[in-house]
Design a protein around this ligand. Structure first.
Ligand SMILES: Cc1cc2nc3c(=O)[nH]c(=O)nc-3n(C[C@H](O)[C@H](O)[C@H](O)COP(=O)(O)O)c2cc1C
Length: 177
């Protein structure tokens, strides 16, 4: 099978990572691939924020958990102990910003898999960056306040077997006249 197609089909969300940081080379490769994601009008409106400081990741874990719609235990880590956290933000002034950010997220997770790095897309970035604290962070990072959170990606070398994918839905694809 074509290598790219095989990678797209074998990527799975990884939720247990080895206790080591990913190499700078792997990180760079994944990030650069992300910047080649298709964006509406080629505007490249999204930004990818990279966090590797363990204390900052711990804060993001608790913050992300606070937006769960149901009560979860305090020791539940929604970032799965990952040592690299990416946040994708996109500029709400662009009509396609949600799609642009999602496009970048898709490329990031697949690029990670292509270089042997496990990843998982993590939700609730919208809640984080709609809050006062999120707005303050944007200011601190020098990002205009029109940016919104689209999603996160956690990265690390897998410490689990990739799960079997669910069977694909039979009515996923429709051919119409
Ligand atoms: C928009 C979106 C939000 C997601 N949020 C989370 C999340 O917060 N936590 C998590 O563990 N997985 C999250 N995932 C990963 C999905 O659960 C996962 O992609 C799905 O179960 C299919 O599994 P696979 O990625 O192994 O094919 C998210 C995926 C998407 C596309």
């Amino acid at each position: 099978m074509n290598q790219t197609i095989e990678n797209l089909k074998t990527r799975r969300s990884i939720r247990k990572f080895k206790d080591e940081q990913i190499s700078d080379e792997d990180l760079k490769t994944i990030l650069e691939a992300g910047t080649y994601a298709p964006t509406g009008r080629g505007a490249q409106s999204p930004k990818i924020v990279v966090i590797q400081n363990p204390e900052t990741i711990k804060e993001f874990s608790a913050w992300n958990r606070s937006f769960f719609p149901v009560d979860v235990p305090e020791d539940m880590d929604p970032l799965y102990g990952a040592k690299t956290l990416l946040i994708v933000l996109a500029d709400s002034e662009f009509p396609t910003y949600v799609e642009d950010g999602s496009s970048v997220l898709c490329v990031l997770v697949n690029a990670a898999h292509a270089v042997g790095v496990g990843s998982c897309w993590i939700h609730r970035a919208r809640d984080e960056f709609a809050s006062e604290k999120g707005k303050e962070l944007l200011k601190e990072w020098g990002i205009p306040e029109s940016y919104e959170g689209i999603g996160h990606v956690v990265l690390g070398y897998p410490d689990m077997e990739a799960p079997e994918p669910l069977p694909r839905k039979e009515d996923y694809i429709l051919y119409v006249d």
